[in-house]
Design a protein around this ligand. Structure first.
Ligand SMILES: NC(=O)c1ccc[n+]([C@@H]2O[C@H](COP(=O)([O-])OP(=O)(O)OC[C@H]3O[C@@H](n4cnc5c(N)ncnc54)[C@H](OP(=O)(O)O)[C@@H]3O)[C@@H](O)[C@H]2O)c1
Length: 232
């Protein structure tokens, strides 16, 4: 992965200039018809692209914070559609091309994948799905030459919390570029799952060690505070 690698981007809006030149496929990943159409466009773009391995990065995602379901129940369903359904659908549709060309899949999960997350219940469950599915798929693809990695970042300085209505970052955050570099390196080293940042690593280790109900209780106490004044 050096400079000049052709990049294809799927999202609703065109990626920012600083993302570099990319072939942009406008797509609302919450809409299954659009996902199917976008996968066809990507497959055609790949057929015309130079030969070589392909890395599918399942990165698009959204969250919601507060008691379930909150005022916007449709957003809870959109989380499942984008974070879960679209990832599975796109991967299924593009897997034949990946098998033929080599490369792999990088799934962007989250630290919340490691324990239940009250006040981000659907978001946490969507990322737990992604981590579990990613690890299972990796085993199924063992020997195929395809690498599958789940990267599980903690708080990262992006527009994520604004989009979730929290109006800014809830505390210390890693830089987006550092997380992206870490994720690509983890995939290149064929790591099953990887957590950037020592603080996040300790957090996920603790979350995994506790009995699940206890982990949910602790996460609930922390997230209730972090989810902000919107919580009563
Ligand atoms: N930021 C964090 O603290 C953090 C921590 C752990 C994991 N993550 C994960 O990292 C990934 C990237 O998020 P981010 O932090 O970069 O947040 P972000 O700044 O809000 O970016 C989200 C991206 O997902 C795309 N997206 C959202 N809904 C979409 C839809 N319906 N259809 C198509 N694309 C859609 C957005 O593009 P458009 O809006 O143009 O469609 C955007 O490119 C997500 O999976 C998130 O869960 C983030």
């Amino acid at each position: 992965m050096g400079p000049g690698v052709p990049v294809c981007n799927l999202s609703r809006r065109h990626p920012a200039e600083k993302a570099g030149p990319a072939f942009h496929v406008p797509c609302d990943l919450a809409e299954s018809v659009e996902v199917a159409r976008a996968a066809e466009t990507v497959a055609a773009w790949l057929a015309a692209a130079p030969a070589g391995p392909v890395l599918l990065v399942n990165n698009a995602g959204l969250g919601a914070f507060g008691p379930f379901p909150g005022e916007d129940a449709a957003r809870q369903l959109a989380i499942i559609d984008v974070n879960v359904r679209a990832v599975v659908d796109l991967t299924a549709r593009l897997l034949p091309v990946l098998r033929a060309r080599g490369g792999g899949i990088l799934n962007v999960a989250s630290v919340v994948a490691y324990q239940p997350t009250p006040y981000a219940a659907v978001y946490g469950a969507s990322k737990a799905f992604l981590l579990s599915w990613s690890l299972a798929l990796r085993e199924e693809l063992r020997g195929s030459g395809l690498r599958v990695t789940a990267c599980c970042p903690g708080t990262t300085a992006t527009g994520f919390f604004d989009a979730a209505g929290l109006g800014g970052l809830p505390g210390a955050a890693m830089g987006a570029e550092a997380v992206a570099r870490f994720a690509l390196r983890a995939w290149a080293h064929d790591r099953p799952h990887a957590v950037p940042g020592l603080h996040n690593l300790v957090l996920t280790w603790a979350g995994s060690c506790l009995p699940r109900a206890a982990a949910a209780r602790v996460a609930g106490l922390v997230l209730r505070r972090r989810a902000g004044p919107g919580l009563s």
